[in-house]
Design a protein around this ligand. Structure first.
Ligand code: ATP
Ligand code: MG
Length: 428
C-alpha cells in the first residue's frame, strides 16, 4: 500500500459531529449580521503579496514571519495566502468602487493562513468572521461594531468575554510618543529581547504588544500613548466611551493594547477571556482611517474586527451552550431490493416535504438484515424508523416506528396519503 498522506501541520479537518457546531456558529453569525444590516462579501483566499506588505506594515509579526507567500510558477506573480481579512476586503471595495455612494457595512467568514507554531487556539489554517464598516468616521460606528460582538456573545450563550479598549491616536501623535518610547527602551536596552531590539527603531510601539513576560516591567513603565493624544483624538475616544457607558457595556482601558497591524488609528479594542490559556484574545479590531488610501483608494475611514472562530468554539465547548448535532427525522428500513423502488419514491417525497431522511444503503453483495438495519437506525439518532416491509407494501402502506419513546406504538400509514402525515415526522 502506498504511504498515507496527512494534512499539513497546523491545518485541521473539521469533521462531524464537530462540524455541526461550526454550522450553528455560522448560522448564528449570519442572523446577527442581518439584524445589524451588514452584508456578506467573499474575496479570494490568495492575494498579491504587496497588498499585505503594504497594508499590514513590513515590521509586523505577520509580514515578517507568518505569511504563506509563494511565486506562481506559471507567471512569476508574488502571491500570499491571506493572513487576515481586512486588506482583501478594502482592496475589493476600492477595485469595485463600493464607496462611491457612501459607506458600506460588510462581513466575511472564512479561512486565514499564518505560519505560526501550532498550539491550542493557534493554527496555521484558522478561521475568522470579521466585519468592516467602510466610509464612517464617527465614534458611533466604533460603538456599533463593538456592541455587535456583545450581541453575538449573548446569542452564543457566552458570559465571560471582557472588553478592552484603547486609542492609538493619529500618526503625528504617535510620532511624538515614539521618540519618548524609544528613549525609555534605550535606557533599558539590556532587558530587551531580540525581537524588541530589532523593532526598537523600526516599530517600537509593537514592543508594547510583546508576549515575553521578561519584558513586562520595562513595558509597564513605558510612556503611555494616551498622554500624547490631542484634543480631537481624546474627543473621539470619550465619545465612544460615552456610548458604551450608556449601553451598559463595561470595558477596561488597556494603555498597552496596540494591536498587531500598522494600519490602526484611534479606537482599538479586544475581547478577551481567561478561559483559553495564553490564547485569550477571541476578537480584535479597530479603526483604520489610513488604510484605504494606503492601498490606493480615495481616502476613506474604516473600522472593523476579526474574530477567531476556533477560539470562540473552544469557549462554547467548555460552556456547553451549543445545540446538539442534528439527527435525521427518519431512518428508512428497506428489507430488500424488491422494496427499493417504492422506498426511494417515498423518501424523496418526504424530503421534498422537509423531512430529513437517512435511507438504508445496501452493500455491494449484501443487503443487510432487518436486525442490523434497526441497529443502524438506532445509532443514527433518528426519531422514527420507516419500515418498507413486504406486508406493508402489499397493503400500499409503510410502518412508522418511534425510536426514542419506548411507550409509543408502531403504526401504519397509507402511501397514497403521504401529504397528510409527512408533516408529523418533521422536527425542524
Ligand atoms: P495573537 O496575539 O493571539 O497572535 P493577533 O493579534 O495576531 O492574535 P488578529 O490578527 O487580531 O490576531 O486576529 C484576530 C483574531 O483571530 C485573534 O484575536 C484570534 O482570535 C484569531 N487568531 C489570530 N491568529 C490565529 C491563529 N493562528 N489561530 C487561531 N486563531 C487566530
Ligand atoms: Mg498573532
Amino acid at each position: 500500500m502506498p504511504e498515507a498522506i496527512q494534512a499539513v501541520k497546523g491545518m485541521n479537518d473539521i469533521l462531524p459531529p464537530e462540524s455541526a457546531r461550526w454550522e450553528w456558529f455560522e448560522d448564528t453569525v449570519r442572523a446577527l449580521m442581518r439584524r445589524y444590516s451588514y452584508l456578506n462579501v467573499r474575496v479570494p483566499i490568495v492575494e498579491p503579496t504587496p497588498l499585505f506588505v503594504r497594508g499590514l506594515g513590513e515590521v509586523t509579526d505577520i509580514v515578517e514571519k507568518e505569511m504563506y507567500s509563494f511565486i506562481d510558477s506559471m507567471n512569476g506573480d508574488a502571491l500570499t495566502l491571506r493572513p487576515e481579512g481586512t486588506a482583501g476586503v478594502v482592496r475589493a471595495a476600492i477595485e469595485h468602487s463600493l464607496l462611491y455612494e457612501g459607506g458600506k457595512r460588510l462581513f466575511y467568514i472564512g479561512p486565514m493562513f499564518r505560519h505560526e507554531k501550532p498550539q491550542r487556539g493557534r493554527y496555521r489554517q484558522f478561521h475568522q468572521v470579521g466585519v468592516e464598516a467602510l466610509g464612517f468616521a464617527g465614534p458611533d460606528v466604533d460603538a456599533e461594531v463593538i456592541l455587535m460582538c456583545r450581541a453575538l456573545w449573548r446569542d452564543l450563550g457566552l458570559a465571560d468575554v471582557r472588553l478592552e479598549i484603547n486609542s492609538l491616536g493619529q500618526p503625528e501623535e504617535r510620532r511624538a510618543h515614539r521618540s519618548a518610547l524609544i528613549a525609555h527602551l534605550e535606557a533599558h536596552r539590556e532587558l530587551l529581547d531580540a525581537d524588541a531590539l530589532r523593532r526598537l527603531h523600526s516599530n517600537p510601539l509593537r514592543i508594547l504588544d510583546t508576549k515575553n513576560p521578561a519584558l513586562q516591567p520595562v513595558v509597564e513603565a513605558a510612556p503611555q500613548l494616551m498622554s500624547y493624544l490631542g484634543e480631537a483624538s481624546l474627543k473621539h475616544f470619550d465619545a465612544l466611551r460615552a456610548v458604551l457607558d450608556a449601553a451598559g457595556q463595561p470595558y477596561r482601558i488597556n494603555p498597552r493594547l496596540v494591536r498587531g497591524m500598522d494600519y490602526y488609528n484611534l479606537t482599538v479594542f479586544e475581547w478577551v477571556t481567561d478561559r483559553l490559556g495564553s490564547q485569550g484574545t477571541v476578537c480584535g479590531g479597530g479603526r483604520y482611517d489610513g488604510l484605504v488610501e494606503l492601498i490606493g483608494g480615495k481616502p476613506s475611514p474604516g473600522i472593523g474586527w476579526g474574530m477567531g472562530i476556533e477560539r470562540v468554539l473552544d469557549l462554547i465547548e467548555q460552556s456547553a451552550t451549543a445545540p446538539p448535532a442534528p439527527v435525521p427525522d427518519v431512518y428508512a428500513i428497506v428489507p430488500g431490493p424488491e422494496a427499493l423502488a417504492v422506498a426511494m419514491a417515498t423518501v424523496e417525497a418526504l424530503r421534498a416535504a422537509g423531512v430529513s431522511v437517512l435511507m438504508h444503503a445496501a452493500g455491494k453483495d449484501s443487503w443487510g438484515s432487518m436486525k442490523s438495519q434497526f441497529k443502524k437506525a438506532d445509532a443514527s439518532g433518528a426519531h422514527h424508523a420507516l419500515i418498507f416491509g413486504a406486508d406493508e407494501l402489499a397493503r400500499a402502506e409503510v410502518s412508522i416506528k418511534p425510536l426514542r419513546d419506548a411507550a409509543a406504538a408502531q403504526s401504519a400509514r397509507p402511501l397514497s396519503e403521504l401529504a397528510t402525515w409527512a408533516g408529523t415526522l418533521r422536527t425542524a
